[in-house]
Design a protein around this ligand. Structure first.
Ligand code: SF4
Length: 289
């Protein structure tokens, strides 16, 4: 499949046409992000979020490392030729990247291409975290995310980890995942002791209801707890709103920007008031309505 040229538009929809590599202008990356899609044939995910942007599709396209390499090199060469800085190479695509058996090799290959062609670009994994329950993936991600030090071959993988819910009740509404909430949270806490990551939280309403107050409090407590376990390791907290259409619209709906800002202010305050505020690093909190 021929790679897509860079267009000054949000072009996530191209993922559903079987492409393996798709350049997008990303709000959260702050510029050009080169997406890698490990599931060109159909959506593959262990969560079933009602706000998910992947529309039902199926293609005959398959994934291969050779095609990924060819397309990734071509997209990066195009950007470099046009003096467009590549902010990151990002595994997201049509589902949960860590579910693909090709993910470990694809991640290493993308890291090598990044080092060769655009060494200042980040290598990003957007994940729902369920893969951490598998010991092999847990170690793979912990090693890949370890900060790069002179003389090491770390990929310096930048993990953006989904944490949409502090309570099992809201988790069942917002993520509809089979992995029990307590198991997932326990594993994320364990991971936080080993590797840096960014927390990503979607705030939207489900069936017309915003997260209830006890959910907001539980999420805040959990976020502070994670930051305390991993002082210096939680890089950022990204709160984002529903900005794009989903196949289940209007089940999940955008909440007012003021609500997102209120929740951001509350977590900033909670982090500043916590024990970690006396340590060297408190994660920044960003809002993407
Ligand atoms: S985890 Fe991501 S890909 Fe999976 S259902 Fe949720 S939003 Fe969609």
């Amino acid at each position: 499949m021929k790679q897509e040229s860079i267009a000054p538009i949000e072009n996530h929809r191209r993922r559903e046409k079987g492409v393996l590599v798709y350049p997008v202008y990303s709000r959260r990356s702050g510029g050009l992000s080169v997406g890698i899609n490990l599931f060109p044939g159909k959506k593959t995910c262990s969560f079933d979020c009602p706000y998910c942007e992947v529309f039902p599709f199926s293609t005959n396209a398959g994934f291969s490392l050779e095609q990924m390499e060819e397309d990734l090199r071509a997209v990066i060469a195009d950007a470099v030729e046009r003096n467009i800085p590549v902010k990151d190479i990002c595994f997201s695509g049509n589902g949960e990247p860590s579910l693909s058996p090709d993910f470990p090799a694809a991640m290493k290959l993308a890291g090598r291409i990044r080092d060769e062609l655009v060494p200042s670009a980040k290598l990003v994994l957007i994940t729902n975290g369920a893969g951490l329950l598998q010991p092999g993936l847990f170690s793979l991600l912990a090693d890949a995310a370890a900060p790069s030090e002179e003389g090491t071959n770390s990929l310096a993988l930048d993990i953006w980890l989904k944490l949409d819910a502090g309570t099992p009740g809201w988790y069942q509404l917002i993520n509809r995942a089979e992995v029990p909430h307590d198991k997932l949270v326990a594993k994320i806490k364990e991971f936080a002791a080993f590797a840096p990551f960014t927390i990503q939280t979607m705030l939207c309403s489900v069936d017309g209801k915003a997260p209830p107050p006890d959910e907001a409090q539980a999420w805040e407590k959990l976020t502070v707890e994670l930051a305390a376990i991993a002082t210096g390791k939680i890089r950022k907290v990204q709160i984002y709103g529903k900005a794009r259409p989903s196949p289940e619209d209007p089940k999940a709906q955008a909440l007012p920007v003021a609500y997102l800002e209120e929740r951001a202010a509350a977590i900033r305050q909670a982090l500043a008031a916590s024990d970690i505020s006396t340590e060297i690093f408190v994660p920044s909190v960003e809002v993407y309505p």
